[in-house]
Design a binder for this molecule. Structure first.
Ligand code: SF4
Length: 180
C-alpha cells in the first residue's frame, strides 16, 4: 500500500505541447515521482483511465465524441480535475476550426486536402465523430483548477502541481494558477 498521490494526465484536442512542457520539469520529475504515482498518461500509453485518481491534468479542448467520453470518465474518477493549458482553458488553437462546418472541414482536409487517404469518419470509423463546435473543457465537465499558458511554463506547472499535491486551494503568487 502506498501513500503517494495518484496523478493522471490526459491529452484531448491539443498538440501535446503542454505535455512536452511537463517533461521540461527535468530533475523535478524525480521529486514528483517520490510524491505521486503516475497512473494514467499519454507518456505511459495506458488505455483505460483508472478509478481513484487524486489529481488529473487535462490538456486540450473537447473536439470529438471520444474526448467527451474520456472527459466524463476523468471527472467521475478524479477528485481534482485541472484544465491544463490554453486549449483546455479557452479552446485556443483547437477552437479555430469553429468558423467552419464539420462537413466543410472534412472535405478541406480529408476528402480533397492533405489528409485525403482516410475515407472519412462516416465511412470507416478511422476518425472519431467531430463535435459541431470545439468546446473548452469546463463547458463539458466541471473543472477545479485552471493552469493557463500555451504551453504553461515548467515553472507554472510545478507551482500548480506542488500546490495541488499539498491539497492547497488558494491562488498562487502572480496568479499562476486559478481555482474554479
Ligand atoms: Fe499545444 Fe498550446 Fe494547446 Fe498546449 S495550449 S495543446 S501547447 S496549442
Amino acid at each position: 500500500m502506498t501513500n503517494k498521490i495518484r496523478l493522471g494526465t490526459a491529452w484531448l484536442g491539443g498538440c501535446s505541447g503542454c505535455h512536452m512542457s511537463f517533461l521540461d520539469l527535468d530533475e523535478r520529475l524525480l521529486e514528483l515521482a517520490a510524491a505521486a504515482d503516475l497512473v494514467y498518461s499519454p507518456i505511459a500509453d495506458l488505455k483505460e483511465f483508472p478509478e481513484g485518481v487524486d489529481v488529473a491534468l487535462v490538456e486540450g479542448a473537447v473536439a470529438n465524441i471520444d474526448h467527451v467520453e474520456l472527459a466524463k470518465k476523468i471527472r467521475e474518477r478524479s477528485k481534482i480535475v485541472v484544465s491544463f493549458g490554453d486549449c483546455a482553458v479557452t479552446g485556443n488553437v483547437t477552437i479555430l476550426r469553429n468558423r467552419f462546418g464539420v462537413d466543410d472541414l472534412l472535405t478541406m482536409v480529408y476528402r480533397e486536402g492533405p489528409g485525403k487517404a482516410p475515407l472519412g469518419h462516416e465511412a470507416d470509423g478511422i476518425i472519431p465523430y467531430l463535435l459541431p463546435k470545439v468546446l473548452p473543457l469546463h463547458q463539458v465537465i466541471s473543472v477545479d483548477a485552471y493552469v493557463p499558458g500555451c504551453p504553461p511554463s515548467a515553472d507554472r506547472i510545478w507551482a500548480a502541481v506542488t500546490a495541488l499535491l499539498r491539497g492547497e486551494k488558494v491562488s498562487l503568487e502572480e496568479e499562476l494558477i486559478t481555482f474554479g
